[in-house]
Ligand binder design. Structure first.
Ligand code: ATP
Length: 268
């Protein structure tokens, strides 16, 4: 009934093992987010505040949503992805209600990770003039963040954006989305692992050389690689259904699929 909540629970548990590469990012999230979230008592003892949220930024398709979901998996928490564009409503006050309702739903199912995609769509940096229209919604968001920060709610808030420079400055203050973390396009080693992850469980020939696949996909995002694997799988399936003999996915199928696609991180 909540159209703005894409999924109410994690359909399949995703953990850091499902995320290829991004070792430094995983370490940062573990030390700054997961450990404090799981051990609030310890932090209190040392008079350290465990809190504040992270703002993930970087080109599309490189795993911002995926790592947020994996963070929920690591915390044994439910995952609530919220798209700002789906919260917005032209009627006065309804967007604010939608946002509050989304937080309430997550509170009702805590521990939970609330994930905001496109945070730049909410409010504007001071340099922009349209911020007045968004002010009430920005204030609602700040109130909710304040409540998470000052109470003992088992909620973790993670934001993401492709345009960090457009995120309202008010969100970047201490206790809010105060840790700005870059999620880079996968490097060669990460691309190799992402190919392995996405192909695992599918029939593949023995001769797959993952190093070559990684070499041929520089500037491809994780989502682009997932797309290559889907495309190759579909083409082999189509061939089999067209009367061909059943066979696994080959290196040639994957190289063909690479040729048919383009890296998307270039446009960022
Ligand atoms: P956007 O900015 O467009 O929202 P995003 O950075 O949030 O993009 P995701 O939605 O997390 O990107 O990634 C899309 C898909 O690509 C994921 O569902 C996942 O399957 C795959 N993917 C991306 N990066 C990785 C990675 N490092 N390891 C494994 N899979 C990945």
């Amino acid at each position: 009934d909540n159209v703005f909540l894409l999924e109410n629970h994690i359909p399949k548990k995703v953990t850091f093992d499902d995320v290829g590469g991004l070792q430094d990012l995983k370490k940062t999230i573990e030390m700054k987010i997961i450990k404090p979230f799981m051990n609030p008592g310890l932090f209190a003892k040392f008079r350290k505040k465990a809190g504040g949220g992270i703002l993930l930024y970087g080109p599309p398709g490189c795993g911002k949503t995926f790592i947020a979901k994996a963070t929920a998996g690591e915390c044994h928490a439910s995952f609530y992805p919220i798209h700002i564009s789906e919260i917005l409503d032209p009627f006065v006050g309804v967007s604010e209600q939608n946002l509050h309702h989304a937080f309430e739903t997550a509170r009702g199912n805590s521990p939970a990770v609330v994930f905001f995609d496109e945070l730049d769509a909410l409010g504007f940096s001071r340099s922009k003039s349209r911020s007045d229209v968004m002010r009430p919604l920005v204030d609602t968001m700040l109130n909710e963040l304040q409540s998470v920060e000052t109470s003992n709610e088992k909620l973790l808030v993670i934001g993401a954006t492709n345009m960090p420079w457009d995120v309202d400055d008010a969100f970047k203050r201490p206790g809010r989305f105060d840790k700005l973390v870059f999620v880079p396009p996968p490097d060669r080693e990460a691309r190799k692992i992402i190919f392995q992850l996405k192909l695992s469980g599918r029939p593949v020939e023995n001769g797959i050389v993952y190093e070559i696949l990684a070499d041929r996909t520089s500037l491809y995002s994780g989502a682009d690689i997932e797309n290559i694997v889907e495309l190759a799988s579909e083409q082999v399936l189509a061939e089999i259904m067209d009367g061909g003999h059943e066979r696994p996915i080959t290196m040639d199928d994957l190289l063909d699929a690479i040729h048919q696609t383009k890296p998307t991180t270039l446009e960022w």
